[in-house]
Ligand binder design. Sequence first.
Ligand code: PEP
Length: 261
Amino acid sequence: MRKPMMAANWKMNLIPAEATLLAQAIRAAVAEVSSVDSVLCPPYLALANVHHTVQGSTIAVGAQNVHWAESGAYTGEISVPMLKGLAEYVIIGHSERRQYFAETDETVNKKLHAVLNHGLFPIVCVGETLAQNDAGDTHAVVSAQVKAALAGVEGSRLAQVVIAYEPIWAIGTGRAATAAQAQATCGKTVRGTLAELYGDEIAQSVRVLYGGSTNAKNIGEIMQQPDIDGALIGGASLKADEYSSMVQTTAALYKANASTR
Ligand code: PEP
């Protein structure tokens, strides 16, 4: 059984002192929940604060982006070696980066290799636009993104990789995909593409998250889908109570599932 994950993307919100307070509140509420991997992804400036706040708990820290080079003349960028010791996970290819900061499948792939080579865990985001969804192109678009992101990555590395399916039309809009839609793309498309690339056994071992307007109300139905192993959570993760409730719901479902096996 794959261990569930609730990854909190705080985006460009919270000064370090605010991020510390939020991390403290989340730690107080979910630090005992060891059956779910909670990953808090604050802005870079707050990484050290959040790292210190959750140290010694079950909660992990992630960065929201990274550069692929080790160091050099890349003004304003952060490299993977700079994240080491502060973050275990790195979000790569979030649609907001693809949309506003010229992230491409090629840069996603370079970043993925850099993160894997340094032993961190990438959370690779894929997802279609509303127009692509309306045109019935979701499968083709998302499958192509998965293939491009993983180009040149050996199967032995897949245990480190998390994939987040995030339909762009669902991010921050309050209009989540239905559980059935999310399951179809996470299962047939993302896991199906992984199986095509690496075989069934590896495909079944990779954690696939859904992201897009998840909250305390809809997380239960989403987490009951067989191919969804967690969520990448934006807005709702900025509220300690709501995020913690999502972690608790997920833990309860995981426990119930485990006991029926
Ligand atoms: C996200 O930031 O990846 C996201 C899914 O945001 P929201 O939950 O607010 O839709």
